[in-house]
Design a binder for this molecule. Structure first.
Ligand code: NAD
Ligand code: TYD
Length: 359
């Protein structure tokens, strides 16, 4: 079996759902269920014995050690993180706690468990750390895309904390020979994304007649990857990646934020036209994010040539698929935006049954 951390969040949940669609191998899903952890994302797995959700913190060394020795996973995939740049600007402490200290504690518990394995189990074991392209900093318009050897230049508390975690993972390999893999991925979009991130936030605002807030001049550029492609890239790296290596995962879809929001409005105009006219009428330019990185771009040559992985979704078709998913899951959006999704935690998780396992 494998252990996934942060598997009730956006990318982790998509990975867990994809994994159980393509494998029979069971998985343990360790998630702290912060505001970003949503049991609704996993509701289709109710009754599926291959999935065990454990509510807990990657920084809880006793819990993690217990899980590792009890379930004896052959691999760990670490999605757990505080992931939103704007939140990191307003409150960086949680980012240091989870992304830096939490990753350190997870690595230490993993090292202790890994040392106890037989030589064969030790050599096939993998610790795959999921990271971001934001660790490489900001590009100018004409700069070449990030490669795996681009120096780290993080600019936000979020990207600095992820950079720190990547360095720890690297060091645990070089110093202790822990068999690690790191992936650095561009901006994801798709089902189950918390509506604080650009695409689901704009969609939710458009559907509720709220302004669509574009930071600065809207010309900041991101590379966009459909979340299902990210999941398949991670599976491929886990399967065939060279130990100790880093793999960039990108969608080859650079778009300015304004282009993204225009595309979203135009699709909504077609799928759910508004009587007062185009959704573009809601666009507003607002004060820029402090330290806002201008451009991210991924050179994904290494994963393509070494591991044969390429993304399957082009941005426009992936965005349409994503919008159709949200439009047909208005209950999911309503429960997230009203806070009702937290009820699962309140009902199922109390101090008395900490930590608890649920399916
Ligand atoms: P998310 O915020 O949607 O989900 C994070 C999950 O981790 C939540 O379920 C949360 O409850 C859990 N979590 C937080 N702290 C924890 C802790 N201490 N212990 C256990 N669980 C904890 O994030 P996401 O967008 O799904 O991102 C997942 C990973 O992918 C992160 O490491 C992020 O840095 C990375 N990443 C994200 C993107 C993106 O576009 N969203 C792009 C590249 C890389
Ligand atoms: P976001 O989804 O927060 O991802 P990240 O900052 O990790 O790239 O933001 C994507 C881009 O969209 C980023 O350049 C900031 C911009 N943005 C807005 O213009 N308005 C918004 O309301 C949000 C949330 C983001």
């Amino acid at each position: 079996m494998i252990l996934v951390t942060g598997g009730a969040g956006f990318i982790g949940a998509n990975f867990v759902l994809d994994w159980l669609q393509t494998h029979d191998e069971p998985l343990i899903n360790l998630d702290k269920m912060t505001y970003a952890g949503n049991h609704d994302n996993l509701v289709t797995l109710t009754g599926d014995e291959r999935h065990t959700l454990v509510v807990g913190d990657i920084g809880d060394s006793v819990l993690v050690s217990d899980l590792l020795h009890r379930y004896r996973p052959r691999a760990i995939i670490n999605f757990a993180a505080e992931s939103h740049v704007d939140r990191s600007i307003h409150g960086p402490g949680d980012f240091i706690d989870t992304n830096v200290v939490g990753t350190f504690r997870l690595l230490e518990a993993t090292r202790q468990y890994w040392t106890s394995l037989s030589p064969g189990e030790r050599s096939s074991f993998r610790f795959l750390h999921v990271s971001t392209d934001e660790v490489y900093g900001s590009l100018n318009a004409d700069d070449p895309a990030f490669t795996e050897t681009t120096p780290y230049t993080p600019n936000s508390p979020y990207s600095a904390s992820k950079a720190a975690s990547d360095h720890l993972v690297r060091a645990w390999h070089h110093t202790y020979a822990l068999p690690v893999l790191t992936t650095n991925c561009s901006n994801n979009y798709g089902p189950y994304q918390f509506p604080e991130k650009l695409i689901p936030l704009m969609l939710h605002h458009a559907l509720t007649d709220k302004p669509l807030p574009i930071y600065g001049d809207g010309q900041n550029i991101r590379d966009w990857l459909y979340v299902g492609d990210h999941a398949s890239g991670i599976r491929r790296v886990l399967e065939a990646g060279r130990v100790g290596e880093t793999y960039n995962i990108g969608g080859n879809n650079e778009r300015s934020n304004l282009q993204v929001v225009h595309a979203l409005c135009d699709l909504l105009d077609r799928l759910q036209p508004h009587p007062e006219g185009s959704y573009r009428r809601l666009i507003r330019f607002v004060t820029d994010r402090p330290g806002h990185d201008r451009r991210y771009a991924i050179d994904a040559t290494k994963i393509r040539t070494e591991l044969g992985w390429t993304p399957q979704h082009h941005f426009e078709s992936g965005l349409e698929q994503t919008l159709r998913w949200y439009l047909s899951h208005s209950d999911w959006i309503a429960r997230v935006t009203s806070g009702a999704y937290r009820q699962w935690l309140e009902t199922h998780y109390t101090e008395e049954n900490t930590p608890c396992a649920r399916d």
